[in-house]
Structures are given as C-alpha cells and as structure tokens.
Design a binder for this molecule. Structure first.
Ligand code: BGC
Length: 243
C-alpha cells in the first residue's frame, strides 16, 4: 500500500463515527457527543424542557444544544413516547401536538447529519444491557419507561407504563415523579411493588433501573436488579446505530 493509501486508513480510524446523542425528557433535555465506543467527547449539556413542550420550542432547544457541541457524524435521540421509523406516535409527558412529527427528519434538518430516534427507555437500555438473555430496563423519571431486550435485540415500544396495575391506576400513576415528590417513602414502596409484579411475569435475567429518580431508591434491590447511571444510558444513542 502506498503512503497515500495508509493516509486514508489512518483518517478512517480517527474519523470513526462520532454520535451526537440527545436524551429528551419531560423535565430536561440533554446532549453530548460520544465516540464509537460510547466514550463522551464533550461535556453533557442540559437544558430544562420548555413548557408547553410543543415541537417548535423543543426543537429550538435541540438546536441550542447542537450549537454547543464539537464535530460529529450522526445523531441519535431517545424520545419519551412511541417512535416508529423516526416518526412520533405518542408523547404523553410532552404535548399531543408531537403526534405525527418526523423527529428524525427534523434532527437531520437541524444538525445536518443522518439521525435516528427511538423510545428513551429503549435507547437508555442499549447503553447498559449485557446483550444476553432477557433484560429489562425501567426508567424512573417524569414518567415510567420500559424496555425489553432479548439477547441484545430491542423489542420496541412496549408501553408498560400505561398498563393498569392497581384498579384503574397504571404503572406510571404509581411511580411517576409527581408521586415521588408527594411522598418519597410511599413512592419507594410502590417501586418495590412494581418489581414484585414484573419479576414473576417477565422472568428476566436482569433488570436495570435508570432515569433521574433511580438514585432515590432506598430499599435493598434483589441480586438481578441494578441501578444504572443516566449518562451510561445516553450513550445508548451510539448503539442505536448498530440495532
Ligand atoms: C412514555 C414512555 C416513556 C416514559 C419515560 C411514558 O409516559 O409513554 O414512552 O418511555 O414515559 O419517559
């Protein structure tokens, strides 16, 4: 291979795709650039979610975060609702006007690079799972996110948070951030209850708990349940490109 050829090889290594990873939440919107292994290449930027969380305002925030980032090659986003082929189908903790928005298309327009979008709990999970057996991810934040993985493959858009668990109450009614703020001890008991329902139902090998409120759990977790860092979850955006 000539010197020019070697030059191309080196350039390819150093240009390994860098991903601008966004985590869109009901309370905050975060973004950072990570390398292909998920190593952060920039400081995480966080901006409060605007209210009302309509597409126009939220897309403006994504643009602000983008403007503060170093160079990148592609974009990923975790979105708090059902997303199919980059298009939003639901956004219960944001605003109904999100339904039908092609968020992947909007991100490409704002950032000038190809973009992929998936449910936030799914993206979080991609950053933390081991890739073996049945793995579940619960996110405890504004709402309750849920993601199921089988041998590393994501089964998208299971909205367990909106499934009834006690009378007419759905999972999210019991363990959302509003309830945590009202009564932390009761909220802890409820998360424990949710785990006791999920365990014999899914018979998972491992369950991961993420989201901003995961650090507020105060009871002893079973051996096959771990709390994961929110940042690790953001880096699932890199793996979204491998799914
Ligand atoms: C949404 C889920 C989302 C979760 C956490 C729920 O209200 O329906 O799609 O993953 O909140 O953001």
């Amino acid at each position: 291979m000539n010197a020019k050829g070697r030059g191309v090889t080196i350039a390819n290594v150093t240009r390994a795709p860098r991903t601008l990873c966004f985590d869109i939440g009901g309370t905050g919107i975060k973004g950072l650039v990570a390398d292909v292994k998920g190593k952060p290449l920039s400081e995480r930027v966080r901006i409060e979610t605007p209210h009302p969380a309509i597409p126009k305002s939220l897309l403006r925030v994504l643009g602000e975060i983008h403007a503060q980032q170093p160079a990148f090659d592609r974009v990923s986003a975790g979105f708090p609702g059902v997303v199919r082929e980059g298009v939003v189908y639901s956004a219960p903790n944001l605003d109904p006007s999100w339904v039908g928005v092609n968020l992947a298309g909007e991100l490409t327009r704002i950032c000038g690079k190809p973009a992929r979008v998936a449910n936030d709990a799914g993206v979080q999970g991609m950053g933390v799972i081991a890739g073996k057996g049945t793995e579940i991810v619960l996110t405890l934040g504004t709402g309750m996110g849920f993601a199921l993985f089988r041998d590393g493959r994501y089964v998208p858009n299971i909205e367990l948070g909106h499934h009834p668990i006690r009378g007419k109450k759905v999972y999210e009614d019991l363990v959302c951030d509003r309830e945590r703020k009202k009564h932390l001890k009761r909220w802890n008991r409820r998360v424990q209850f949710v785990l006791s329902v999920l365990e014999p139902c899914f018979n998972y090998d491992h369950l991961y708990i993420g989201g901003g409120n995961a650090e507020r759990l105060s009871f002893k977790l079973p051996g096959n349940v771990t709390v994961v860092s929110n940042d690790a979850g953001m880096l699932g955006g890199v793996r979204l490109w491998d799914q």
